[in-house]
Design a protein around this ligand. Structure first.
Ligand SMILES: Cc1cc2nc3c(=O)[nH]c(=O)nc-3n(C[C@H](O)[C@H](O)[C@H](O)COP(=O)(O)OP(=O)(O)OC[C@H]3O[C@@H](n4cnc5c(N)ncnc54)[C@H](O)[C@@H]3O)c2cc1C
Length: 285
């Protein structure tokens, strides 16, 4: 490694990234340091963005939360459980308390792992990602951000500045399956959002395809079938079909954490559960 740069603010971070496009950004370091310690990566230089004030804050603009890329999960759990219950639920499952104190959504997006737990809630909620560089700022729908495992539309001179997430219009759920209850990489995960004013459902799946994926057919089906006005109990036929459509949206592989068949089954079970929990919450509200 030939350099370590520390950005004082967002403008400075963009200048440093433009001058050193091969530098690896480091925020919480919970992925970067693992890669370095195990010798999996040897970045040309590191660019520390952990002290950039603009990345460390969140604000509310009308019905949108603008979440700085460097806000750690602990703060998302403590401060945003009401406005962003889906993301907060996912944040609660990430690593340990020590990891949640450092790790960030910007880092989850930067790593672009299909197993990133913060990602399905962003897709389900139809969030958009704000990318900053000296060329200006652009917004990309979270649903269009990922290109493959570890790959995204982020250019070499860009930084994830913030994520713009609609304030929950209704119930939001997240569930994750792993070999144990904590400190696990998900074998499968599902996020579901209900938007009663728009009669719209969001559904995204993690760890079951090369990228986190949107289960579009499941969304359309549930949006049309749910009894938004009467709030009657969910028929088993609806949850079963929703589960089937969510599983059909995946393209899983066999690996050490599970077979493709197991993952498809797990996604169906998690989709059925998350839709049921969200609907129960809506009926009570
Ligand atoms: C013990 C342990 C348990 C874990 N458990 C989980 C878990 O349960 N679920 C889960 O999803 N993850 C888990 N992780 C992985 C990790 O904590 C998350 O991916 C976290 O969100 C990374 O955030 P960070 O700020 O630490 O990222 P960093 O390690 O600092 O960076 C990660 C990547 O993102 C890039 N990056 C960072 N900030 C930005 C930015 N603003 N703009 C563009 N790129 C950026 C970096 O260059 C790097 O490529 C775990 C890690 C450890 C070590």
């Amino acid at each position: 490694m030939t350099g370590f740069h520390t950005a004082a603010d967002l403008r400075h971070a963009c200048e440093l990234k433009a001058a050193h496009p091969d530098a690896t950004l480091i925020a919480g370091g919970t992925d970067v340091m693992v890669g370095l310690n195990f010798g999996h990566t040897s970045p040309a230089a590191l660019l520390d963005v952990s002290r950039v004030p603009e990345l460390r804050e969140w604000s509310r603009e009308d019905d949108t939360i603008v979440l700085g890329a460097g806000v750690p999960y602990t703060r998302i759990v403590d401060e945003l459980g009401g406005a962003l219950p889906g993301l907060a639920r996912a944040a609660r499952t990430i690593g340990s308390a020590q990891i949640r104190n450092r790790a960030t959504v910007g880092g989850n997006l930067g790593t672009a792992s299909p197993a990133g737990d913060a990602l399905p809630p962003l897709l389900a909620a139809r969030a958009s990602i704000e990318l900053a560089s000296l060329r200006g700022t652009r917004r990309v729908p979270a649903r269009d951000f990922f290109l493959g495992p570890g790959r995204s539309v982020l250019a070499d001179d860009e930084i994830v500045a913030a994520v713009r997430i609609p304030v929950a219009a209704g119930a939001e759920q997240f569930a994750k399956l792993g070999p144990r209850n904590a400190m696990v990489i998900a074998v499968a995960s599902v996020a579901v959002t209900l938007d009663p004013p728009r009669r719209r459902v969001g559904c995204a799946v993690g760890s079951a395809a090369p990228t986190p994926v949107v289960a579009g057919d499941a969304e359309t089906f549930a949006g049309a079938e749910l009894d938004w006005d009467g709030r009657r109990e969910l028929p088993a036929s609806v949850t079963a079909r929703f589960a089937e459509l969510a599983a059909a949206a995946t393209a899983p592989i066999d690996d050490v954490r599970g077979t493709a068949g197991y993952r498809r089954h797990a996604v169906a079970v998690l989709a059925r559960r998350t839709l049921t929990w969200a609907w129960q919450e809506y009926r009570r509200s």
